[in-house]
Write a protein of this length. Structure first.
Lengths: 317, 255, 237
């Protein structure tokens, strides 16, 4: 992600506008899902766009966050906000521990390790099935609907909550990217040996970025269980990692706003198509190939190109 | 070979060995660098000059020997730690943040020295006036003020080499390692960069690998000559010019 | 010699990225001649070889091989035109056997058949099934030369063939170069050892500061003491 993003305020405006418009365009429950997966995709986009680290395992932290939030709400009777905070913390801590090991590897080896850890999540869930519910998922999570006295029981209020959570994370990511810490991540992405030669403890920075992304994914998992009222094991399966990655790529990793566009696109298309054709994932595959060939910056960059065209047109007049 | 005895050396390399599998790149190599001097490292292809740089700066750990910098034993310290001890380097093949501006390249270099600053994640970098003042000073010193907002990748070759040196200077090093700073430069750039390197010796020690012999012989206080992983001569330029071992290394032994 | 030179280089400029290493090289290798390219290290001798062989990214100027322009053409096309390079550090295929290294490169119609290589380098013939990586430095150099020869070149480029080799092997290499010369093969030799060059070269060109600063034959080189002092040693650099 470019720290010197041409217009972060414009990005914020686009994201805010999209969030406001969304419930008018799609059912509120679908809109909530979009916001939740946008949050999850943000964790992938942060690592890939800001640091240049490709992770095939963010689903692990999303799943861990979901289980932690669900178990604490169910067995410990924890409230909404504290449970979500614990989900975020769990994702961050686990990512920090695993990250400190895998950031020492580069390229293909790093990616394979994220994949390996991503897969281990599901087996851990099966191993501790008396706590997690195993293959059946974690059921019986009390639906928490009281946020500071206000009810979020109805779908629209639930969406407002989810959208609000995504927006906060989005603003945080924007801030981090534009900060000195973000500039170091960009430096590592651009030229790692140079960064080391300047005196940056590169491994530590990468681990911090991985932990931050893990926390974001954990939060997304917590939001998911709040939304669903149970934890499906698919939340921690490899498919979740893949989905988050696909969403991030479709939306574009050049800006945190891409995560929202990608999630909206993917969720709406999958809803619409899965009714018509069970093999709809094949279309997503074709779409990805087309993106890589013709629009590697994802949907967000398409928006940027269109606005550049407008600028040129008005300049000529 | 006379060892300079003007007080404590800033850098001591003691019997450094570096092996790559079967190949012995450096054998029992020893040298020392005095503070505030320009010390050049020359020699034929494959002599081990860049390997020595890599061993001294922590890019490659030696298989034997010691490296002592400013009184600290740094033989196994990581590369980024050594920067905080006061070592700084430029690379043989230009290594910049090509997609970022000249000013941002320098800012990152200065920021690295203020170690805590890199961990600030809640505000923008522009708030630190002291860092931007340092960047301005470096731009002036490297003659890049007018190019502050240019993408580093778009600079001319001479500009890029100057930026490399500028980034190494940002660390306020006690010893700066320059690896072929003049390679592939045109005459004007060579002249300007030569002046820049000369001016550094008032503030720091300079260890320099270079093939431009007229510059090396002109600005160096001391020259170490390497061949096949060993030191074959070390002295002031005037003596090196006429040293028979050096002549043989460059021309090959008479059959 | 009245026939056209086998290699003609005029105003050759070459860059590594932005680094302007070759700043206008002019040289020519006559038919059946061995031209030695001398110079201190770092001056651009290997870069010149790469530029001629077509493996240097950015080049400008004119390079003619047997009258045909080869500058800017892909390296494999230049090789098919009859140029063969024995690169610095040998570059043989370490996991392939000696025989495989040769048969891979062999080209139909080449005056140098694999059998002729065996007779020229008996020590290689004894080790034909040894993997290249297990050969000694000297044997690898023989193999690298043999491999270049089986392609049937009009012009052989050799980059520092004696580097890192024991004096006894260097002597054998000098013999081989003299044998090749006797067959009429044109060669461009980069060598830091003046002794090796004087034993085999017809003419010498000295590279310094990205240009050719002197050309001449053996006696002229020996006589030009100040030139040698200025460009080959450090005495008057």
């Amino acid at each position: 992600m470019q720290a010197l993003e041409r217009s972060p305020n414009l990005a914020t405006a686009v994201v805010l506008a999209t969030l406001i418009v969304l419930p008018f365009v799609v059912p509120a429950t679908l809109a909530s899902q979009i916001a939740i997966f946008a949050t999850g995709a943000l964790s992938v986009a942060l690592l890939l766009g800001a640091v240049g680290l490709l992770s095939f395992g963010q689903g692990l932290y999303l799943g861990v966050g979901a289980y932690v939030c669900g178990i604490l709400a169910k067995d410990a009777g924890m409230g909404l906000i504290p449970a979500l905070l614990m989900a975020t913390l769990a994702g961050a801590v686990l990512a920090g521990i695993l990250g400190s090991v895998i950031v020492r590897r580069h390229g293909v080896y790093f990616v394979m390790l994220t994949l390996a850890f991503g897969q281990m999540g599901y087996f851990a869930v099966l191993a501790f099935k008396n706590v997690t519910g195993g293959e059946n998922g974690l059921t019986g999570v009390p639906r928490q609907f009281d946020l500071l006295g206000l009810s979020i029981a109805n779908p629209l209020a639930m969406y407002v909550f989810m959208a609000g959570a995504f927006f906060l994370v989005f603003l945080l990511v924007q801030r981090v990217i534009a900060s000195p810490f973000g500039s170091v991540l960009a430096a590592i992405r651009e030229n790692e040996p140079r960064s080391i030669a300047l005196g940056y403890a590169v491994a530590r920075y990468k681990t911090a970025a991985v932990a931050l992304a893990g926390g974001i994914a954990g939060l997304a998992g917590g939001l998911h269980v709040v939304f669903l009222g149970f934890v499906p094991p698919s939340d921690i399966e490899l498919e979740m990692s893949q989905r988050l990655l696909v969403i991030a790529l479709i939306g574009g990793i050049g800006s945190p706003g891409g995560a929202l566009l990608g999630s909206a696109f993917y969720t709406i298309v999958s809803e619409a198509l899965s009714e018509i054709w069970p093999r709809w994932l094949a279309l997503i595959a074709l779409l990805l190939i087309g993106l890589v060939l013709f629009l590697p910056g994802g949907l967000w960059s398409a928006g940027r190109r269109i606005s550049a065209l407008f600028e040129r047109k008005t300049a000529h007049e | 070979m006379s060892e300079s005895t003007k007080g404590e050396p800033i850098l001591i390399a003691d019997s450094i060995d570096v092996r790559f599998g079967d190949f012995q790149a450096l054998s029992g190599f020893s040298m020392s660098v005095q503070p505030a001097t320009i010390h050049a490292l020359i020699g034929p292809n494959g002599a081990g000059k860049t390997t020595l740089f890599n061993a001294l700066t922590g890019v490659r750990k030696p298989s034997g020997g010691r490296v002592v910098f400013n009184g600290h034993t740094v033989t196994h310290a990581s590369a980024h730690r050594r920067v905080h001890y006061g070592m700084s380097r430029s690379f043989q093949v230009t290594s910049l943040f090509s997609a970022l501006t000249v000013a941002e390249n320098l800012r990152l270099a200065v920021q690295a020295r203020h170690a805590a600053e890199g961990w600030v994640f809640w505000r923008g970098p522009a708030r630190r006036r002291d860092i931007s003042d340092e960047v301005d000073a470096l731009l002036t010193e490297t003659f890049l003020t007018g190019r502050a907002d240019t993408r580093a990748g778009d600079l001319s070759h001479g500009g890029q080499r100057s930026l490399e040196i500028g980034m190494a200077l940002a660390g306020r090093p006690k010893l700066i390692f320059l690896d072929e700073p003049l390679a592939g430069m045109g005459i004007d750039d060579v002249h300007r960069t030569k002046g820049l390197i000369s001016s550094l010796s008032s503030r720091m020690a300079v260890l320099l690998i270079e093939h431009n012999m007229s510059v090396v012989l002109d600005i160096s206080d001391r020259i170490t000559v390497m061949a096949a992983g060993r030191k074959i001569a070390e002295d002031v330029p005037a003596k090196i010019r006429t040293d028979p071992a050096v002549r043989a290394a460059y021309l090959g032994s008479t059959a | 010699m009245t026939d056209a030179p086998i290699l003609s280089v005029v105003g050759l400029n070459g860059w590594y990225g932005k680094s302007h290493i070759l700043q206008g090289i002019d040289l020519a290798v006559g038919n059946g001649e061995l031209l030695a390219l001398l110079g201190r290290n770092g001056v651009g001798k290997t870069t010149t070889m790469r530029a001629i062989a077509g493996t240097l990214g950015r080049t400008e100027g004119e390079v003619l091989l047997g009258g045909t322009s080869i500058l800017g053409r892909p390296a494999h096309a230049i090789a098919r035109q009859g140029l063969s390079l024995v690169p610095e550090h040998r570059g043989i295929f370490g996991t392939l056997t000696v025989e495989e290294n040769l048969t891979l490169a062999a080209r139909k119609g080449s005056p140098w058949s694999v059998d002729r290589i065996w007779s020229m380098f008996p020590s290689l013939a004894d080790r034909r099934r040894t993997p290249g990586g297990k050969l000694s430095g000297g044997e690898q150099q023989m193999l690298a030369i043999g491999r270049a020869l089986v392609t049937g070149p009009k012009l052989l480029l050799l980059d520092e063939p004696t580097e890192g080799l024991a004096p006894v092997i260097v002597d054998r290499l000098v013999e081989i170069l003299q044998e090749l010369k006797a067959t009429g093969l044109s060669m461009l030799l980069v060598e830091q050892s003046l002794a090796v060059c004087t034993a085999v070269a017809d003419r010498f060109a000295i590279l310094d500061g990205g240009r050719i600063v002197w050309q001449g034959d053996g006696p002229a080189l020996m006589a030009a003491e100040d030139v040698r002092a200025r460009h080959l040693t450090l005495e008057h650099a």
